[in-house]
Design a protein around this ligand. Structure first.
Ligand code: C2E
Ligand code: MG
Ligand code: MG
Length: 889
């Protein structure tokens, strides 16, 4: 490539660099304006650009300067130039005066290098050439009489040119060469011209080299500027985004720089932080991680630190966290000169961490501790070094009938109920212990400290009472209950698993015992649990194998002594355990879902039996609340009636108060549907459940059955039961309902309920539940019933669960006293003594009671004591403690 070609290309490159600069300066100008402190940068850039030009705009000053030179020479020589000289002077002055225009042409148009040099020669070389030539001519005109003034003007012009052209070496050389060329052309010799040409060549070479070096330096300079500008902009953008900020301190730890955004977080001007200690930006006694100590330590140790969580010194109500990193700075002599680092916002991350750990430890619905945290709390207590510190009580709670609420009102209502339960539970337990939800409707309470039995009984009672109060859920009145199992540490288990398992067994026992009660763990519950599991399976087999039976207990009209109907009662004779009470196996059937097929079987069987009896006789069938909640019940009833061909008014469904715990609308719809079928409805066990009488208004009952607990003891002087029965009878009469007194056993009780106005009586005084065949035989004898039984009640019995050792016929075996009166007891045992046999009941190694068996069944017997047992002041029979009972063989 030729030299001129290379030059042309270089010129193009320079021009493009200039263009790039112009573009980048325009691109940078927008943020630069916003930043304010970019203005000096732009100014420097503009200066650099103009320094790079060949013709400075200020070159016009050369025009008045040349004029002043002319005046000076004229004064010094007292002469005026001749016309040609004057014309040359004028030409020089005018071309110099046009410098501003030429500078604009050079910079404003994208000229290549050659053209820029031409412009430069025209703007700078031409006026200097004219001036040099004119001054030389003038001196010649004056016969070289006074070259001093002319020389001074030439030297002055040369100096001024150097000043005006600053560092533009090519322009300076051009200006000087042109000036002296002008002089030489007029007054020089060939030698002068030769020297000038040589000087011009040397100058051009040096000037070009110099220009190249300057251009390279300039490019480097610009690149550095641009990189710095970009870095500055990136950092400022980062600061402004609020994601992070920067800080710097001096060697004393005082801030020398901090990002402006920090000021906004700390509610103060960031500049006011400058000169303040770095640590002033944080709350150092935050009680959080030990990062505050770490920061102080790292700063004083002058060592780098990374991601220290620090709480910002914001007002206390507003919590902000930063993650701080920093490194020490040293000068060229390795002297420590301060710290520099960055910070980023940690608040959201900490919040989500806290949320996550809350979720891991707390129940999200109720806000109570969850299973994991409760288990940790328990482990902590049980891991205490001293045994007396390991004492605690674990209460396991299960809500009774919660499932029904969930099923009928829906899960949102169930959730609302659980939340209210949690609040009540926390209020009741208060500071005495810790409450948690294990899941579903299962709650747990841990009471630390050696457990005191009476306190636990009281607390369990309060919990059950409080949780059994009505709830208002989405406008519905909801009633539930609670059962509690209690296990104590250390006696009931040393590990948390053992304690929980045992509390669970106790809870099962509480539910088994009729719900709404608490139960302490006892060793034999393991057997009970095992037994229950076995019973569940046996009941399944019995249902499938048709082992269930229905017995029928007569219901007698008090006014006429005639049998008006029978109540159908389920009977199950277990292959090993013998006859089992429905009170024992019906709850199992309800828990396992077997109640549906069993209930339907009862309905169909009772209706079939009814079909064989006289038209005047009815049959009453017990309906579990779970059956009642089944929308298919009316259809099942209709189908049973149709299959047996009996009229609906001969069938009575006995329903307990617990059905009113379910959704009002569903309950009312069921009542209406059953009424449409045409069956009669009786309210069973009235007074034992939920004392709200409101439902009596709405429910279309035909009969109220007064529970036997009101009849029992009603004849004892001072008992209020008689008054209660009277009130129930009045209420029923007012509502147009009949009344049946249940469980009438003595003639006195019969007289009383008759006197109190009960319309019907059902009890052993007339007949126990009879097999289907016996009931039919009884009806065949005629409708009249004859009361027969003791006049008054036998002595009151206390129920208990007391292990004893029995000695009979030379053998010793275990037994359990289930109830006791002063005169006798009912004992469960594997080998009951035949009626009439004598036996010894060993209570402890040195206490025994001699008794005679009065009746005997496969798993129990009734015994009469040889001597009546003593009782305490309140009439309670006291049996000696069985601490020293010897083990039976
Ligand atoms: P319930 O419906 O209140 O039945 C009356 C219970 O009192 C029966 O007990 C009956 O034998 C007993 N009884 C009647 N007269 C006397 C008396 O003079 N003295 C004493 N001490 N008891 C008397 P049972 O047969 O053990 O039934 C207990 C409960 O089991 C029933 O109470 C009922 O709630 C339930 N049950 C029985 N059969 C069924 C059934 O087929 N389905 C459902 N869902 N529950 C049933
Ligand atoms: Mg009943
Ligand atoms: Mg009843």
């Amino acid at each position: 490539m030729s030299d001129s070609g290379r030059r042309g290309r270089r010129g193009d490159e320079n021009a493009s660099v200039a263009r790039d600069d112009a573009t980048s300066s325009r691109a940078a100008s927008a943020p630069a304006l916003a930043m304010g402190n970019d203005a000096p940068l732009n100014e420097a850039h503009r200066k650099a650009m103009s320094r790079h030009s060949l013709v400075p705009a200020c070159w016009w000053i050369m025009a008045p300067a040349q004029l002043a030179g002319v005046a000076l020479i004229s004064l010094a020589s007292l002469s005026l130039p001749r016309p040609l000289t004057a014309a040359m002077l004028l030409a020089g002055i005018l071309t110099a005066a046009a410098a501003t225009l030429m500078a604009r042409i050079e910079q404003g148009y994208a000229l290549n290098d050659r053209r820029r040099h031409l412009v430069m020669v025209a703007a700078i070389g031409l006026p200097m050439l004219c001036f040099g030539g004119a001054v030389a001519r003038w001196a010649a005109e004056l016969d070289l009489r006074d070259w001093r003034a002319s020389l001074a003007a030439l030297v002055a012009a040369s100096c001024l040119a150097a000043i005006l052209l600053e560092s533009r070496l090519v322009s300076i050389v051009t200006a000087n060469l042109a000036l002296w060329l002008g002089v030489s052309l007029i007054a020089g010799t060939p030698a002068t011209l030769t020297m000038l040409v040589a000087a011009a060549l040397a100058s051009r070479f040096i000037a070009l080299r110099h220009t190249r070096i300057a251009a390279a330096e300039e490019a480097q300079h610009r690149e550095r500027d641009r990189a710095q500008r970009r870095a500055g902009e990136i950092l400022r953008d980062y600061e402004r985004s609020g994601q992070g900020w920067f800080w710097e301190t001096d060697r004393r730890g005082l801030l020398t720089y901090v990002s402006p955004t920090v000021g906004a977080v700390l509610h103060r001007d960031a500049t006011s932080l400058l000169g303040r200690p770095f640590s002033e930006m944080f709350i150092l006694d935050n009680g959080g991680p030990a990062s505050e100590r770490t920061l102080t330590f790292q700063l004083s140790a002058r060592s780098a630190f990374q991601d220290l969580p620090m709480r910002a010194a914001t007002p206390l109500a507003e919590e902000r966290w930063w993650s701080i990193s920093g490194r020490p700075l040293h000068d060229d002599f390795a002297n420590f000169i301060g710290f520099r680092g960055s910070g980023s916002d940690l608040t959201e991350r900490r919040r989500s961490q806290r949320r996550a750990s809350r979720l891991a430890l707390y129940d999200s619905l109720t806000g109570l501790a969850n299973r994991m945290q409760m288990s940790e709390s328990l482990e902590k207590i049980l891991a205490q070094p001293r045994e007396d510190q390991r004492g605690c009580a674990v209460l396991l709670l299960d809500l009774d009938r919660f499932k029904q609420v969930n099923d009928t009102l829906g899960h949102p209502a169930g959730d609302a109920l659980l939340t209210q339960v949690a609040q009540r539970l926390e209020r009741t337990v208060d500071t005495a212990g810790r409450v948690g939800r294990l899941g579903g409707d299962e709650f747990q309470v841990i009471l630390p400290g050696p457990p005191a039995h009476p306190d636990l009984v009281q607390l369990a009672g309060s919990i059950i009472a409080n949780l059994s109060q009505p709830y208002s859920i989405e406008g519905h009145r909801v009633l539930i209950g609670a059962s509690i199992g209690i296990a104590l540490s250390p006696e009931d288990g040393a590990s948390s698993q053992a304690l929980l398992r045992n509390a669970d067994l106790a809870l099962y026992a509480a539910k088994d015992g009729g719900r709404g009660r608490h139960h302490f763990y006892a060793e034999d519950l393991h057997n009970d649990a095992q037994m229950r599991r076995q019973l569940e399976q046996d009941l399944r087999d019995a249902t499938a194998g048709g082992e269930l039976e229905l017995h029928y207990q007569p219901v007698v009209q008090t006014a006429t002594n005639r049998i008006t109907g029978f109540e159908a009662l389920l009977r199950w004779t277990h292959p090993l355990l013998g006859p089992l009470s429905p009170a024992k196996f019906i709850p199992i059937a309800e828990d396992t879902g077997l109640i549906a097929p069993i209930g339907e079987w009862v309905l169909r069987t009772a209706c079939e039996r009814l079909a064989a009896w006289p038209e005047s006789v009815r049959v009453a069938v017990n309906v579990s609340p779970l059956q009642f909640a089944n929308p298919a019940l009316p259809a099942i009833v209709t189908s049973a009636l149709n299959a047996a061909q009996v009229t609906p008014d001969r069938l009575e469904l006995e329903i307990t108060e617990s059905v009113f715990l379910q959704d009002d609308r569903a309950t009312e719809a069921m009542f209406a549907a059953l009424k449409r079928v045409g069956v009669r409805l009786a309210l069973d066990d009235f007074g034992t459940g939920y004392s709200s009488l409101g439902y009596l208004k709405r429910a279309p009952f035909d009969k109220i059955k007064i529970d036997q607990s009101f009849v029992r003891g009603a004849t004892i002087p001072g008992s209020r039961n008689g008054a209660i029965i009277r009130a129930i009878v009045s209420l029923a009469e007012a509502l147009g309902m009949e009344t049946t007194a249940e469980g009438v056993e003595t003639l006195d009780e019969l007289d009383l309920v008759r006197a109190l106005g009960c319309s019907q009586v059902q009890g052993y005084i007339y007949a126990k539940p009879l097999s289907a065949a016996d009931a039919s035989a009884r009806l065949a004898d005629g409708p009249c019933a004859i009361a027969s039984g003791p006049r008054s009640a036998r002595p009151p019995r206390q129920t208990m669960l007391r292990r004893v050792e029995l000695e009979h016929d030379g053998r010793s075996f275990d037994g359990t006293i289930r109830n006791v009166s002063a005169k006798g007891a009912m004992i469960e045992c594997a080998w009951p003594a035949p009626a009439g046999d004598a036996l010894t009941i060993r209570l402890s190694s040195d206490q025994a009671i001699v008794a005679t068996a009065r009746w005997s069944k496969p798993d129990r017997m009734g015994v009469e004591f040889a001597r009546a047992l003593p009782s305490d002041g309140a009439g309670t029979i006291v049996l000696p403690v069985a601490s020293s009972l010897p083990r039976s063989r």
